[in-house]
Design a protein around this ligand. Structure first.
Ligand code: SAH
Length: 517
């Protein structure tokens, strides 16, 4: 009889938000996980450590929003996965045993006879204090600190929190989940003897590029938070140590803090640029290269290949169009001799040069290297009743086929390749630009410019200009800069020597307040 091995559940603290703040042990376990059940507060960036093919389950739980799974469902899910023999990581924001219901999950595992381990994490209270420049204890100011929840129902009669003791009993108080009840919390503290002038800080999304903090006193903080529109997740830090922030604040003072910077990179490039920008506080959004892939079905194209000689024109509108056209031609046992009949047109010189490498000379190259230019040159030749084949990307601008059809040509568009942007990224980039949240876009080569433009997929030059109106552009060197200006955009930052580290320096200088060196 084969013995069925049970799996094990690792309850791992993800840290407060910055993915660099997970423990070495936590990362080690993520790298070996077969199932990861993660929370709203656990940074999704940590999921990059998880091996491909592992099961990723979002357990949700965002204050005020409908819970994705109930606590009972989560408990049961952990047991069920462990019983299938899997190595399960239960990833929770901050420390699992600090207001994380980690205790309840472990009790359930224990009752169900499932093996477990708990890995602590950097709790958001200490992270928020550190990243807001507030030493949570200090010899001169406080010798004690208390963590409490502000989530308790304020009308509850027998509160678990003894405000009369806590209000003055601990030097520093850190309140989790307290934003909604902030007015009640500060009242409880004041009415139980805490000085209304006691300084208070509220820190949202601590340790992440979205961190925001405001400072006031017990008397004023409620209004300040309302005016600043600070929403959860945020922590309330109460105590004299808050005053030290004016000297110690370091995180929000970094030169690129709060700047949203789009980094377009090709697959070959290391993330040196991102690391350099993030080191200075930049909030980088990475868009890696678009991949070019063959289309799923060559049905349309193959049929046309059979009757190439019937065509009057074959139009090549991109380098990839040429490449994939010939790959398919060869795969079908044909070659350039089968293209004897039709005239060959290329959208630009580079495309014509590539055609020549395949043994075919272009008969027509327009003076303006665009779809419109090509259409115009063909119209000059007269296209009425002419059969035109356009092997091209699955998704491309329709201006060329439409113009030709309008002039009476019989146009067949045959997709031979497709651009695949990383999942959802294309829409995300577009949204980022539309919302006006992007401060800067960086380009480290001409191909990053082209990739960016094709991902933005602007309808026209005017549309592109509109989207990029408020965006600063950094280009690594003159060739890259030229590609930017050729596309009608303006370069704002260009380092003297073409290196990533110089580029980072220039970007930092650009954002430094005047006079600071
Ligand atoms: N186990 C977690 C706390 C979970 S309770 C920990 O140890 O940090 C959820 C509350 O934690 C939020 O309502 C908020 O008060 C706080 N919190 C978690 N992450 C935070 C962050 N990055 N910035 C500010 N507050 C955070």
């Amino acid at each position: 009889m084969s013995k069925k091995r049970k799996g094990k559940v690792y309850l791992v603290g993800a840290g407060p938000g910055d993915p660099g703040l997970i423990t070495v042990r936590g990362k080690y376990l993520l790298e070996r996980a077969q199932v990861v059940v993660y929370d709203y507060l656990a940074s999704v960036k940590l999921l990059k450590h998880v091996p491909q093919g592992a099961e990723l389950i979002y357990a949700g739980k965002k204050g005020g929003v409908k819970h994705t799974h109930t606590q009972e469902e989560i408990n049961q899910m952990l047991v069920d996965w462990a019983e299938t023999g899997k190595m399960v990581v239960r990833l929770k924001g901050g420390d699992p045993f600090i207001f994380g219901r980690g205790g309840e999950e472990i009790e359930f595992l224990s009752d169900s006879g499932v093996d477990f381990e708990v890995v602590p994490g950097v709790t958001s209270a200490t992270a928020a204090a550190t990243y807001a420049g507030i030493p949570i204890t200090h010899r001169e100011h406080t010798a004690s600190v208390a963590f409490l929840t502000g989530h308790e129902d304020p009308t509850k009669e027998n509160s678990n929190i003894d405000w009369s003791k806590l209000a003055t009993g601990a030097g520093t108080l850190v309140v989790y989940m307290g934003i909604k009840n902030l007015p009640i919390i500060v009242n409880n503290l004041m009415s139980n003897g805490r000085d209304p002038k006691t300084p208070v800080a509220v820190v949202r999304w601590a340790s992440t590029p979205e961190q925001r903090s405001v400072v006031g006193t017990l008397e004023t903080i409620t209004d300040i938070v309302r005016e600043a529109d600070i929403k959860p997740p945020a922590l309330i830090i109460v105590g004299d140590v808050v005053n030290l922030r004016s000297k110690i604040d370091w995180f929000e003072k970094r030169p690129l803090f709060g700047k949203r910077i789009v980094v377009t990179r090709t697959r070959e490039q290391a993330s040196e640029l991102m690391a350099g920008l993030e080191e200075n506080g930049g909030n980088c959004i990475e868009f890696s290269t678009i991949k070019i892939e063959p289309v799923e079905s060559y049905e349309v194209f193959d049929e046309e290949l059979e009757r190439l000689e019937e065509y009057h024109w074959i139009l090549f509108t991109s380098l990839n169009g040429v490449k994939y056209f010939f790959e398919r031609l060869y795969a079908k046992g044909l070659d350039a001799r089968n293209m004897k009949g039709p005239g060959i047109a290329a959208v630009g010189k580079a495309t014509a040069d590539l055609l020549l490498e395949y043994g075919v000379r272009a008969d027509l190259i327009p003076t303006t290297f665009t779809g419109e230019g090509l259409a115009e040159s063909l119209l000059d030749q007269g296209v009425e009743g002419r059969k035109v084949l356009i092997p091209r990307a699955e998704k491309a601008r329709e201006i060329l086929p439409e113009t030709l059809r309008g002039a009476g040509a019989q146009v067949t568009v045959a997709p031979v390749y497709k651009n695949v942007a990383p999942d959802g990224k294309r829409e995300q980039l577009r949204e980022e630009l539309e919302s006006g949240k992007v401060d800067m876009v960086t380009f480290t080569s001409s191909s990053t410019v082209r990739n960016f433009l094709s991902m933005v997929d602007a309808e026209s030059d005017a549309d592109l200009k509109r989207l990029m109106h408020e965006v600063t552009i950094a280009a690594i060197g003159p060739i890259t800069a030229k590609t930017v200006t050729d596309n009608g955009l303006t370069v704002d930052i260009q380092p003297e020597s073409y290196t990533i580290s110089e580029m980072v320096h220039e970007i930092v200088d650009y954002y430094k307040p005047d006079g600071m060196l």
